[in-house]
Design a protein around this ligand. Structure first.
Ligand code: CO
Length: 133
């Protein structure tokens, strides 16, 4: 079902500092910050040859990232795998008993393509994002 690793997402308390580590420390290409109020995050992408790293910082009071940082500190937040058809993937996963976060249809993610999130309980504590490629 899954294809390429689209990105690895890391929750960070200070987006500028984290972006600088990748840009100035590691010499990577880092995108400008973008706000996604519907997800409660501000995001930059570190662009690598074979994948991306998404740095996520909280945006707004009810950001899910704020809670994550409070509980666990900065660190790995989710892995995003590409799928050819998100609704087919959803139907197959639900049939197999996996939990999908939220109800409703897949909604556009940070790249404008439909995404859904699989509950970490099904994947040894790792939140999984699926993105239609
Ligand atoms: Co993501």
């Amino acid at each position: 079902m899954i294809g390429r690793l689209n990105h690895v997402a890391i929750a960070v308390p200070d987006l500028d500092a984290a972006a600088s580590c990748y840009r100035d420390g590691l010499g990577a290409k880092v995108s400008a910050p973008e706000d996604f109020p519907e997800f409660g995050v501000t995001v930059v992408f570190v662009e690598l040859e074979n994948t991306k790293v998404e740095l996520l910082a909280p945006l707004g009071d009810s950001s899910p990232i704020a809670g994550f940082l409070q509980r666990r500190g900065g660190g790995l937040h989710h892995l995003c795998y590409e799928v050819a058809d998100i609704e087919t993937a959803r139907a197959q996963l639900l049939k197999q008993g996996f939990r999908i976060l939220g109800d409703g249809p897949a909604r556009p993610g940070a790249h404008g393509k439909p995404v859904l999130f699989l509950h970490p309980d099904g994947f040894d504590g790792t939140l999984i994002e699926l993105e239609e490629a």
